[in-house]
Design a protein around this ligand. Structure first.
Ligand SMILES: [Fe+2]
Ligand SMILES: [Fe+2]
Length: 293
C-alpha cells in the first residue's frame, strides 16, 4: 500500500467527537470481542529448554500486576461513564484485561513461573485510564515487535505462542479504542480542537515513555527466572535496534490495517519509531562510508 493511501485511510470521514464517531468506535470494539476462557485453551506440555526459557523471561510479575490492576481499574471507571454505549465498551475492555490476567495466572500456575505477590490496585479514575491508555500505546507497539521476533526465532514452541496471538489482537483493539475514546472525550469536554488535543496528547505519551523507561530498568534489574542469557542466544545474536524498529513498525502497520479506515489510529509512537529508524539508517550509512575509505 502507498503511503498516501495509508494516510488517506486513517483520516476519519466524519467529525471526531460526533455521535457517529462514538457509535463507530464503540460498536466496532464490542462487535470484535471474541469469547474464550483461558483454561479451555490448548496449553501444551513444554520441553525442558522451552520451560527454562519461559521461566527466565523477567516480565511475568509486572505483566500480571498490570493486567489485573487494569481489569479492576477499567471495570470501576466504566461505572462512572454516563453514556451506556461508551460504558459498555469500557466495561468490555475491563473484562478483557481481567481475562489477560486470568490467562497469565493460568500459565504461571501451569508452568511453575516465579511471580511475586500483586501490588495495590489503582483508583478507577479517568486519569488512571488515560495514563493506562498511553502506556498501552507504547507497550503494544513494542510488544508487536518483540512478539514477532520471538515467534520468528522460535524461542518458545508455536503451540504456546499461538495462544498469545489473541492477546496481541486484543491489545491492538484496545489502543485503537483508546485513541478514539480520548479524542471523543476531549471533544465532549470542549478540548477537541487539534491544538487543544496536541499538548495533553504529547504529555500523555511523554509520561508513558518515562514510566516505561523506569519500568524497564526495574525489570532488567529484577533478573527473573534463572537469569541465564544463553537461553536466548539464538534471538540475541542478530538482534539490533534497527531490526527491532523495522519489525515493530511493520507489525504495527499490519495490525492497524484490519480496522475500519474511518477510525483514528495511534500515530505518535510509530512516527517516533520511523524517525529513530531513519536516523539510525543515516548513521549506519555514514559509518560504512567512513570505514570504506
Ligand atoms: Fe491486557
Ligand atoms: Fe489492553
Amino acid at each position: 500500500m502507498q503511503m498516501s493511501e495509508a494516510i488517506a485511510r486513517t483520516q476519519p470521514k466524519f467529525r471526531v467527537g460526533s455521535d457517529e464517531h462514538k457509535r463507530l468506535f464503540c460498536e466496532s470494539f464490542v462487535s470484535t470481542h471474541v469469547a474464550f476462557e483461558p483454561e479451555n485453551l490448548p496449553w501444551p506440555e513444554l520441553d525442558p529448554i522451552s520451560l527454562a526459557r519461559l521461566r527466565a523471561i523477567p516480565i511475568w510479575t509486572m505483566a500480571l500486576e498490570a493486567e489485573v490492576n487494569a481489569g479492576k481499574m477499567l471495570s470501576g471507571f466504566a461505572q462512572t461513564e454516563p453514556d451506556p454505549l461508551v460504558r459498555q465498551a469500557l466495561a468490555l475492555q475491563g473484562y478483557e484485561e481481567d481475562r489477560h490476567g486470568r490467562l497469565l495466572s493460568y500459565m504461571i500456575a501451569k508452568y511453575g513461573l516465579n511471580v511475586k505477590p500483586i501490588a495495590a490496585v489503582e483508583t478507577p479514575t479517568r486519569q488512571a485510564f488515560v495514563d493506562f491508555g498511553y502506556n498501552e500505546c507504547v507497550d503494544s507497539f513494542a510488544g508487536f515487535g518483540i512478539f514477532k521476533l520471538a515467534c520468528d526465532a522460535r524461542i518458545l514452541p508455536e503451540s504456546l505462542t499461538s495462544l498469545f496471538a489473541r492477546v496481541m489482537l486484543e491489545e491492538a483493539r484496545h489502543i485503537v479504542f483508546f485513541i478514539n475514546w480520548i479524542a471523543y472525550d476531549r471533544y465532549r469536554r470542549g478540548y477537541g480542537s487539534p491544538p487543544a488535543q496536541f499538548v495533553p496528547a504529547m504529555l500523555g505519551y511523554g509520561g508513558a515513555i518515562v514510566r516505561r523507561v523506569k519500568g524497564g530498568a526495574e525489570v532488567s534489574g529484577d533478573g527473573g527466572g534463572d537469569g541465564n542469557l544463553d537461553l536466548f542466544g539464538d534471538v540475541m545474536r542478530d538482534l539490533s535496534l534497527e531490526k527491532f524498529l523495522r519489525t515493530a513498525i511493520a507489525e504495527n502497520d499490519r495490525y492497524m490495517e484490519d480496522f475500519d479506515p474511518r477510525l483514528l489510529r495511534p500515530r505518535v509512537i510509530p512516527a517516533l519509531a520511523r524517525a529513530a529508524l531513519g536516523v539510525s539508517n543515516v548513521v549506519s550509512y555514514v559509518r560504512e562510508k567512513l570505514l570504506s575509505r
